[in-house]
Ligand binder design. Sequence first.
Ligand code: HGY
Ligand code: MN
Ligand code: MN
Length: 416
Amino acid sequence: MAAPGENLRIDPDRLWDSLMEMAKIGPGVAGGNNRQTVTDEDSEGRHLFKRWCEEAGMTMGLDQMGTMFARREGTDPDALPVYVGSHLDTQPTGGKYDGVLGVLSGLEIIRTLNDLGIKTKHPIVVANWTNEEGTRFAPAMLASGVFIGMHDLDWAYERTDAKGKKFGDELERIGWKGDEEVGARKMKAFFELHIEQGPILEDEGVDIGVVTHGQGLWWLQVTLTGKEAHTGSTPMPKRRNAGLGMARITELVHEVAMDYQPEAVGAVGHVDVHPNSRNTIPGKVVFTIDIRSPDEEVLDTMRARIEQGIATIAEALDIGYEVEEVGHFAPVTFDEGCVEAVRNAAERLGYSHMNVVSGAGHDACWINRVAPTAMIMCPCVDGLSHNEAEEITKDWARAGADVLFHAVVETAEIVK
Ligand code: HGY
Ligand code: MN
Ligand code: MN
């Protein structure tokens, strides 16, 4: 396939303006975003994205998980479309670029093709995957997981948030539950541009991460059951302190991850303490362990060591415990052909690039199971993400979107 011309570049100012416009929706309290999945803010962001896509002459598809698919026709309507995209939902203390850069860069590709009057043989579809973050409704990458058949649609609808609301009900309430069967779409390829969410590219002074692999993940929800009692009058030896158990297990997760770092990582991020009263010993604590590694054997060893440690800690404190799997995916090896298209694009455009392994999970990690898939990463300031201070430069956004543009258009085949 002839590679697209050297001169194909996106409009970085227009992309940046769109990023800043989207960032106004679901503002956080410190300059970032709180546009959590299937909230009214999510819906408002979806409406803006839909309007922009329709202004760019695209038709919008919507599946039963609320994933949005904006399609630009190709000259061959029967040719498998090339998909590009990411997610618009954010963490509670999210940044302006996590996910959003990938979706709006896909839109920018269409806007630029329109400006240049360029046609492609294959249609191009820009996707906004529902609930990538998995923070309000676990697990992460929920919609793309249903799309590939990893999760059942009804199971996904039954996911509940901390207030007991169901995902399916909330999707219906905000008016973004489509009729299209989830997973019916077939793809020639899928490309996702995402900020690195780590410090490597910035530290190395490199513009583009050519993502060859993604690390595997376990999310384990632990419930510890002790006994509420008075913090003032209960003798120490008589306490069954679930909060102490959570603290010791949090330390255990950190220690195990330190044994396998820098590849592996681990932390406890979500904690519900009951009754969460200043002068009552916690009788129950529910928390989530997040461990990751690019090596499946290491991941399984870490999990085994942690589960063994939980049993030992619970016994020593005379508390009950339950461990539930709430999220998992194996380490990912992206499609070599698509990865090569990304690398060639960076090379052709003169952007510095290096191979990277994705530390975070992404919809691309799931879609890679049903279609040739690759990811592109751009640096972010101090590698910071899932923090309202998340920041990138316009040049980093431009480099990532230009490479995405060339990889997508090369795969979609320009029609002379
Ligand atoms: O958890 C993750 O890796 C992603 O940010 N949802
Ligand atoms: Mn993301
Ligand atoms: Mn994220």
